[in-house]
Design a protein. Structure first.
Length: 178
């Protein structure tokens, strides 16, 4: 074999190697271009979903604005009673401040709806007998100082003496744990 043939074979091998390398580079470039297009499409889709989520959030915010404002207004009243002892203490404070004659008091803790925000409540059974105006003013102050409470029973009867009334009251105070 002459030098001319050897050089031709080397050139052919080099050209074949270059063609193979160029083909491999073209395949890699094509794959990367497809991946870039897929990524661009996914990014566009994610951006559209983010915009849709923002629109939905604004819609929900506008629909629930009034409800959230009511919640924010009432939240401090519910947060005052985190344990049954807090609720009992609040009732005791109202009785002490009202200076009414308390005949009987009984506290009972009850489980309400497990799924709800307010899952427990303290039920206070109170029997008060005192002057008519003093007792009714005390009842108003009770509702003022514990606006989240619910009066489930309220029986007013004539008291044993002159201007006295006998008040049997059952008050349910929600307990928000957490």
């Amino acid at each position: 074999m002459t030098n001319h043939k050897t050089a031709s074979i080397i050139l052919i091998v080099l050209i074949a190697g270059m063609l193979y390398g160029v083909n491999q580079l073209r395949n890699v470039a094509s794959t990367k271009a497809q991946e870039a297009e897929t990524s661009r499409t996914e990014a566009d889709t994610a951006e559209q979903q983010a915009q849709l989520a923002q629109i939905q959030l604004k819609t929900i915010e506008s629909k629930t604005a009034q409800l959230r404002s009511v919640f924010e207004e009432w939240e401090p009243h519910f947060k005052n009673c985190k344990t049954p002892q807090d609720a009992e203490q609040k009732i005791a404070e109202v009785i002490r401040e009202g200076d009414v004659f308390l005949i009987s008091q009984k506290f009972d803790s009850r489980d309400l709806d497990k799924e709800a925000l307010v899952s427990k409540a303290v039920v206070a059974d109170l029997i008060v007998e005192d002057e008519y105006s003093k007792t009714l003013n005390w009842l108003g102050r009770l509702e003022e100082s514990l606006p989240s409470c619910r009066i489930t029973k309220c029986n007013l009867t004539r008291g044993d003496r002159g201007n006295n009334i006998h008040l049997e009251l059952q008050v349910q105070i929600p307990v928000v744990e957490g």
